[in-house]
Design a protein. Structure first.
Length: 482
């Protein structure tokens, strides 16, 4: 889910997976028409700067006097981490002008005309509600292949390639299909069920590892006037952050792969049915905070940090995003989803974690080598630690926490990854089929079901029909797990 990073805006959230990602916006930005038109010309290619001399200190051959322009999504992660890395770039290339830094929440609005004119910036943090569709950009040959970056020596250890310093799954997320690497996901997001250890302590409870225990704890909380769950009802695709690994825990990771591949009847799998029925119980038993279907991500997080609900499905950007309303003694934590019962295919601890905050290098940018070098700097241990200290989130650099004093939320994410071991999942629907995931699975499907306006059976039938239509839609590119 790609992108996502957190946002300041009250609109849809990204972290792509994804968020994104990014939780992303409901609007489809930019349109296929825009991307087709921006792919029609190559007017920027003759304006590229000459490549510099390759050396041990300049492995990508950056032109040491060329300007570099970087556009950063100004969301929950802010922009200071990028500015700090840009200073390191300027220190390495003192003959170059100061890096031109642009921060915006209007990625598509500001960059669409520049893509159309063949003059995009050199490096883009393609996140937020106006994230550009990276599958379409790659398909229209608008992105630079980042394989040279992946094969370059890492910033800290010249004997180790950049690709060998990344957390599991990050490289594959950026490939889409085949060998080219189109996207560098910088943040590393742990998705799951978030809670306050302080709130559980007050109920003399531990995080429930089975669904029966989850329902029992929700009942106990309800008796004290506390809801079991809340979620962003206006953007209910957040539910997938805990629901998808729950499905995989019940039926195995191959169930998620079939869903990602848009295979016939994938959503009719017994594991999907069992998971949907379990979540529907939260509604039927009155364990969802009243008014949740009308809440934004910020509003639901605020109700949660006020102690009105125990659990919320979210990603690790939530600590930074919810900081203004989080009490000092909250002890924010994350856990993998509860299991269903002893028949589950995967063990407790099975969790969704993947790259977020997608960085791209436009094919028509003037200084692609400089852009990749900027990413190489960002993937150093120093820059990674700086990001983690500033925004309380991990990066895709596999490490970068040694010696840091971690918050309870961040430490719980590190512990969750350790507990998961090989059972770290990376569902791809949001990155591959954003509209299907957000508007159809999320809003039309899960949102209606958890608001009590559709049964699990009706919801599964509806989503399967959407999946079949997406699979048959020849106007979009289709992907499959390799």
């Amino acid at each position: 889910m790609g992108s996502t990073s957190a946002h300041k805006n009250e609109g849809l959230g990204r972290r792509d997976v994804i968020k994104r990602s990014a939780a992303l916006g409901l609007i489809t930005v930019p349109t296929v028409g825009f991307l087709s038109s921006c792919a029609s010309g190559d007017s920027g290619s003759d304006k590229k700067v000459e490549k510099g001399k390759v050396s041990k200190t300049n492995p990508l051959g950056v032109n040491e006097t060329a300007p570099l322009e970087v556009v950063i999504f100004d969301g929950g992660f802010g922009q200071q981490y990028a500015i700090d890395a840009e200073k390191k770039y300027n220190a390495a290339f003192p003959k170059a002008p100061k890096v031109k830094h642009v921060a915006t929440q209007k990625i598509a609005t500001q960059l669409q005309p520049r893509f159309n004119g063949g003059t995009p910036p050199d490096l883009i943090d393609n996140s937020g509600a106006e994230q550009m569709d990276m599958g379409i950009l790659a398909g229209k040959k608008q992105l630079k292949d980042l394989t040279p970056l992946m094969d370059a020596p890492s910033y800290d250890d010249p004997n180790k390639k950049v690709r060998d310093t990344l957390r599991p799954g990050v490289l594959e997320m950026g490939q889409l299909e085949g060998d080219p690497v189109w996207i560098m996901y910088y943040a590393y997001t742990v998705y799951g069920v978030w809670y306050s250890q302080t709130a559980l302590d007050k109920l003399d409870a531990q995080y429930p590892e089975t669904w029966d225990d989850m329902l029992a704890l929700c009942k106990k909380a309800k008796q004290q006037g506390i809801a079991g769950w809340t979620y962003p009802g206006k953007y209910p695709y957040y539910l997938a952050y805990s629901l998808y690994p729950f499905i995989a825990k019940i039926g195995g990771r191959e169930v998620l792969d079939k869903m990602d591949n848009l295979e016939p009847n994938a959503w009719k799998d017994p594991a999907v049915k069992a998971a949907f029925e379990a979540y529907y119980e939260l509604y039927k038993k009155g364990y969802i905070l009243k008014g949740t279907p009308g809440l934004t991500h910020i509003q639901s997080q605020t109700e949660w940090t006020k102690g009105k609900a125990l659990f919320i499905p979210n990603g690790s950007w939530v600590e930074n995003e919810a900081a203004p309303t989080t009490p000092k003694d909250f002890k924010m934590m994350v856990s993998a989803p509860s299991g269903l019962d002893a028949s589950d295919k995967l063990p407790f601890g099975t969790i969704w974690a993947s790259g977020g905050e997608p960085f791209i290098v436009p094919a028509n940018g003037k200084n692609p080598e400089g852009a990749m070098e900027q990413l190489r700097i960002m993937l150093s241990e120093e820059s990674s630690k700086n990001f983690t200290k500033q925004v309380k989130s991990l990066t895709s650099f596999n490490g970068g926490t040694d010696g840091l004093s971690l918050s309870t939320a961040l430490q719980s994410g590190v512990d969750a990854l350790k507990l998961a071991g090989d059972n770290v999942l990376n569902p791809r629907l949001e990155g591959w089929y954003s509209k299907f995931q957000k508007e159809q699975v999320g809003i039309a499907g899960l949102g209606e079901m958890l608001a009590g306006r559709a049964t699990p059976a009706e919801t599964i039938k509806k989503i399967q029909a959407f999946a079949d239509a997406t699979a048959k839609d020849q106007s979009i590119k289709h992907y499959k797990h390799q």
